[in-house]
Design a protein around this ligand. Structure first.
Ligand code: MG
Length: 130
């Protein structure tokens, strides 16, 4: 079990359920949800969020805009962000990495793959902090 609080941002409630169930499977039970980037920014402002998992394609504010907004603000500039999206072209991945997501998963994914990506990001954050 990890006490890390993860915010899951996706406009599909079904995808949010899938991600949250996968997180539970790998030991993360502290989760919050948002249905687009705008909602996500409000959640981050009002809740102690340690880690963000976000979709790309969403109405109101998409995941790329959301990522850029988080990176632009001091308190959230270093917040770990994992993007999980159906957008899987090389250009998509490059664009997301340029917006400074920490890592990227193309749907569909397995809980094991999710665990590996989260572990990798947490390790790199710990190395930066050390
Ligand atoms: Mg979507």
């Amino acid at each position: 079990m990890s006490a890390m609080k993860i915010l899951v941002v996706d406009d599909s409630i079904t995808i949010r359920r899938i991600i949250i169930n996968a997180l539970k499977t790998i030991g993360y039970t502290q989760v919050a949800e948002a249905n687009n980037g705008k909602d996500g920014l409000a959640k981050v402002a009002n809740t102690a969020v340690d880690f963000v998992i976000t979709d790309w394609n969403m109405p109101e504010m998409n995941g790329l805009e959301f990522t850029k907004a988080l990176r632009a603000e001091g308190p959230t500039a270093d917040l770990p962000i994992l993007m999980i999206t159906t957008r899987g072209t090389e250009n998509d991945v490059i664009e997301a990495l340029q917006a400074k997501v920490n890592s990227y998963i193309v749907k569909p994914f397995t809980p094991q793959e999710l665990k590996e990506k989260i572990d990798e990001i947490v390790r790199s954050m710990e190395m930066k902090a050390a």
